[in-house]
Design a protein around this ligand. Structure first.
Ligand code: UDP
Ligand code: MG
Length: 334
């Protein structure tokens, strides 16, 4: 596959970098996260703002974040009106971020803040997307690793030819890339697919994916499957075409079988022998039709949801210390 060529224009040190961190019931990990972020803020050669998006947590996450935002001017908290799901919470944060470069990361420290300076260094070479590619997944179960492996390979083979493998949502995006992403307002979002659709110069940096520092995964199997389904059907009519092909195959089978039955009849064999296969064909046929209708229904359902044109998320409150240097954010000058 040939990749689009771009001429990379080196950039100066960004004057403001934003970190966007969606938070859903992360009270166990927030104190650890705040420590690691304070460390990063103290040592980074650029200024940092952290946009926490509280995605309708039902534990003490919002209180912890609110306290943190009262102490440090680098922290902002966006409190969504309810739980909207990770992809939408991430979008809310990306929309609110003011940095020249914006980095999306998980709260649980599986995405180590320490590689942020490396991502910014590569961004300065001229890339618009710098995604973190995990080279190992420490201690994750064989099942989780297998499903992740299967997910990336299937998506690449079928739908997103350019989707880099082993790359999650942990990535840096440039301001011009975010402006383009901001114009894509679909309800069912698969940010990684949207990123590869947009193009621009993209690259990856390797990192070792750590274990979740505390708390439980917010992506149990059912949610993961739903996410994979969104990824599969939000960019491609392939599943629709698949049911079309299966329909043809079954129809072909039915026609062949009809000929066979006719020959049998011509030879004077007892027709009743065939009732078993009749049932089988019937079941297969109606099963395939149901599947096809189901797939169709998924698409129609999504068209219905898009047609409502609702906002993607509702922000209930925003907490931050007033800070004079914010007004001079370079993103507004560009
Ligand atoms: N998250 C969220 N809303 C949700 C589910 C998850 O904002 O409905 C956040 C969560 O707090 C975390 C990130 O999304 O910061 C990724 O979730 P998690 O680490 O549980 O996913 P995993 O790494 O296990 O796939
Ligand atoms: Mg995680």
């Amino acid at each position: 596959m040939s990749a689009t060529q771009h001429i990379l224009a080196p950039r100066p040190e960004p004057s403001l970098v934003s970190l966007v961190i969606p938070i859903y019931n992360e009270e166990a990990v927030i104190p650890l996260l705040l420590d690691r972020l304070a460390e990063l803020i103290a040592h980074a050669p650029f200024s940092l703002e952290v946009v926490f998006v509280n995605d309708g947590s039902s534990d003490h996450s919002l209180h912890l974040l609110h306290q943190a935002a009262q102490r440090t001017s680098n922290f902002r908290v966006l409190a969504l009106a309810r739980n909207f799901g990770h992809q939408i919470a991430a979008t809310a944060g990306l929309d609110a971020a003011r940095g020249e470069a914006v980095i999306l990361m998980d709260a649980d420290l599986q995405d180590p803040p320490e590689i942020v300076p490396e991502m910014v260094r590569v961004y300065r070479e001229g890339y618009d997307v710098v995604a973190a590619r995990r080279i190992t997944r420490e201690g994750e179960s064989a099942f989780k690793r297998f499903t992740a492996w299967l997910f990336y390979r299937t998506m690449r083979a079928l739908i997103y030819k350019d989707l880099p493998p082993d790359v999650g949502d942990f990535r840096l995006l440039s301001r011009r890339f975010l402006d383009a992403l901001g114009r894509m307002r679909e309800t069912h979002r698969f940010l990684r697919g949207m990123t590869s659709w947009l193009g621009f110069p993209q690259t990856t940096v390797p990192f070792v994916r750590a274990l979740r520092a505390a708390g439980e995964t917010k992506y149990p199997l059912a949610k993961m499957l739903r996410f994979a389904w969104t990824a599969a059907i939000s960019f491609s009519p392939l599943p629709l075409r698949l049911s079309f092909s299966i329909g043809w195959i079954l129809l072909g089978f039915g026609i062949c079988y009809t000929f066979y039955a006719l020959v049998e009849m011509a030879l004077g064999m007892p027709l009743v022998r065939g009732w078993m296969s009749l049932v089988v064909v019937n079941c297969l046929g109606s099963g395939a039709i149901m599947v096809a209708i189901g797939v169709l229904g998924e698409y129609v359902g999504r068209i219905f949801e898009e047609s409502k044109g609702r906002p993607l998320y509702i922000v209930a409150d925003e907490y931050a210390l007033p800070s004079p240097d914010r007004q001079a954010s370079p993103s507004q000058v560009l």
